[in-house]
Design a binder for this molecule. Structure first.
Ligand code: MN
Length: 339
């Protein structure tokens, strides 16, 4: 009787390792794969609209022991909540590591470090390369290839660490592998189980071409993109400083480079409605000659319109309330003017 009582009152022990990572590109998926290979545990994949909700749910998990957060940038409207939530987890002695490369407010880094959250942050290398660098003693040789592929898809294979990893491999072999992986991720956004399967196979040292039907699936995506070029040519609109277009039947991030290129402007904007959220998911790209840090501009601007956003100097994204999308694009156009 006493023994039974004792087992019932035993304190619940924390054992779970979780990596929360970005689901929308090869850098986020690959970072989750390398964390899984080095530390085990499970992966939770998120997009920007769903990121804080997923974090709140994780915070309630009484088994959570170690948390990695990878490749999700912070914005003005969620950074304080992010700090508060993680600080409260630290009080429960949960170990937290945040690894990222998106533009971040230095004050937020200070607050995270003060709460004893490990921050690995370099805007000059993609997330997976930083994960590789931090945990290479626990990783296979193959993981350097996965990191090189992630660097390619984030346009960061020319950075010091990314370039060194790419050098190990044949460039064309890495390019085709990164591209096929990317198309399998972008085309499977509505299939979270498939994305988790990708994390698993990549963590088991498989090449993208070894994943069944990966090349065939990529071919279908390429065909869709060829159709997208025709659609963008037909429906693209321009303002003085940017080209923009609403996307109906594909992802905004797949169309935005065509909007940028075909508009001949320095900035391209593509947006797609998220019917379930009452918002637009917005993708923004700048040309090589664009001198403005778009991630920082969009971070402030999105907050002014009741949304959130941010990212890199020439590639960023935002979430904007449905009714305010055109006002947002117009204001972005005029802010580009001022600089
Ligand atoms: Mn990234």
């Amino acid at each position: 009787m006493t023994a039974l009582k004792k087992t019932k009152t035993v304190k619940k022990s924390r054992t779970k390792v979780v990596c929360l990572s970005h689901m929308e590109d090869a850098d986020g998926i690959s970072a989750a794969a390398l964390i899984r290979e080095a530390h085990g545990g499970e992966s939770v994949l998120v997009d920007y609209p769903g990121m804080m909700t997923a974090l709140e749910m994780l915070a309630q998990d009484e088994k959570l022991k170690t948390l990695f957060i990878c490749d999700v940038g912070l914005a003005k409207n969620n950074q304080d909540k992010f700090v508060d939530l993680l600080s409260s987890l630290r009080k429960k002695r949960i170990s937290i590591t945040y690894i990222d490369h998106h533009d971040i407010d230095p004050e937020i880094v200070k607050k995270l470090e003060k709460a004893k959250i490990k921050v690995i942050h370099d805007v000059n290398e993609c997330t997976t390369v930083q994960v590789y660098d931090a945990y290479k003693s626990k990783l296979s040789d193959h993981s350097s290839f996965i990191a090189a592929c992630a660097a390619i898809t984030d346009y960061m294979e020319d950075r010091p660490k990314g370039a060194k990893l790419l050098q190990i491999y044949d460039r064309q072999f890495a390019l085709i592998s990164a591209t096929v992986l990317t198309y399998n991720i972008v085309g499977r956004q509505k299939d979270p189980d498939y994305l988790l399967y990708l994390v698993e196979v990549l963590s088991e040292s498989k090449y993208p071409h070894e994943i069944p039907n990966s090349f065939e699936f990529a071919q279908i995506q390429v065909e869709k993109l060829a159709g997208m070029i025709a659609k963008v040519k037909k429906s693209l609109k321009t303002m003085k400083n940017l080209g923009y277009m609403e996307i109906m039947d594909a992802g905004a991030s797949g169309a935005v480079n065509f909007v940028l290129g075909l508009s001949g402007k320095e900035v391209g904007v593509a947006y797609k409605e998220r019917v379930d959220h009452g918002i637009y998911a917005v993708s923004i790209r700048g040309s090589k000659s664009c001198k403005i840090h778009l991630g920082r501009l969009v971070n402030s601007l999105a907050a002014e319109f009741g949304g959130s956003g941010g990212g890199h100097d020439k590639a960023c994204g935002a979430v904007i309330p449905k009714a305010k999308i055109l006002a947002f694009v117009k204001e972005l156009n005029s802010r580009l003017n001022q600089k």
